[in-house]
Design a protein around this ligand. Sequence first.
Ligand code: 5CA
Ligand code: ZN
Length: 412
Amino acid sequence: MRSWPSPEIPTLPVDGPAVSIHDTATGGRVTTRPDGTARLYVCGITPYDATHMGHAATYVAFDLLNRAWRNAGHDVTYVQNVTDVDDPLLERATKVGVDWVELAERETELYRQDMAALRVLPPAHYIGAVESIPLVLDLIGRLDAAGAIYRVETDLYYSVNADPAFGAVSGADRDEMLRIFPERGGDPDRPGKRDPLDCVVWRGEREGEPSWPSPFGPGRPGWHIECTAMAMEFLGAAFDVQGGGSDLVFPHHEMSAGHAQVAAPGERFAQAYAHAGMVAYDGEKMSKSKGNLVFVSALRNSEVDPMAIRLVLLRHHYRSDWEWTDALLWDAVDTVATWRKALSLGAGAPAAPVLTEVLAALADDLDAPRAVAAVEGWVAATLGTDGLADTSDPDAAVTMLALLDAALGLSL
Ligand code: 5CA
Ligand code: ZN
């Protein structure tokens, strides 16, 4: 699938430190040590509605990781999927009377434009579930050979007990798993299943649903296996980071890791599992199913500067849950104007220490609020809002503009 155009990224005069990130599986910090090229998989959208601030926050979080690695001197291979065939997409298409392919294409295109506007670096491989069907079928074949697949009517299920490490990604106990599973696409009560937590990997053809031929009969891919198949194909074993929002920890990332570990025993799926917090609006998690949404495209259409949207996101640590408000946006609009004023002066407070601090903050579990605070300090010193204006660094603005762009994705 077509990705979106990459913005130019300035090269910084110094390399940033090694990047450490919180790993959900261990509950601790992992200092990533990419083997030259860092390998990142981030779960993409299910394109049945426009990109909301929750999505944007998650993709900006992993964009910071991508940038931190690049600024530490690594190349990055970034892979992202599009769940362009799945129950919620088909249901929405039926409800609004649009062809599901058309709906998916339209919303995916809007997402590309939103990501480009927010200066999120594009994945090198942007792949739809539909185009990955051959990879999915190949992986099901490998899981079947390992004894991990069984049939219930025309559907194929993956047996969670095939993976001795099942549960290691989420750390969830069985009660918790049983509680969450049905809320996130699972069908614990289906008669004929060996374990209520087993998940569908191939859904047999249904009347009125799209399907593709396969050695297991016509059908379509299950959700979790789509991401496993793509990550294994485009990144290989033990890639550096698997990312997504915290609503994907269980069952999605647990199942993906399980599939991979059963298909290729002895090899971990990812070295770290990183999760962004949930963005709420009107007191509840922003979600397409609840409809309490603030869309990136709607704000863009009302001439809101995408850099102000991005700044709102950067002001929250990616792991925290927080609530979007209009006041946050208007404050960020003012802040961007103040920053632009300071940057327009050319000379300013010394930029070198800010460069060091911002790169250190981002390498320290993507601490964007700390990075933003360092920039605020520079702006205040440059404009003299906290005393005398400091113009001792004649090239401050040049350095700061490059830093804001390369590290934080803010082009001002
Ligand atoms: N297609 C699957 C992943 S393979 C999916 O979850 N799609 S999605 O469109 O529902 O979500 C896309 C990404 O946005 C996921 O990483 C999800 O965790 C994240 N996300 C969804 N809602 C929120 C929210 N309110 N706050 C933060 N991130 C969110
Ligand atoms: Zn996924």
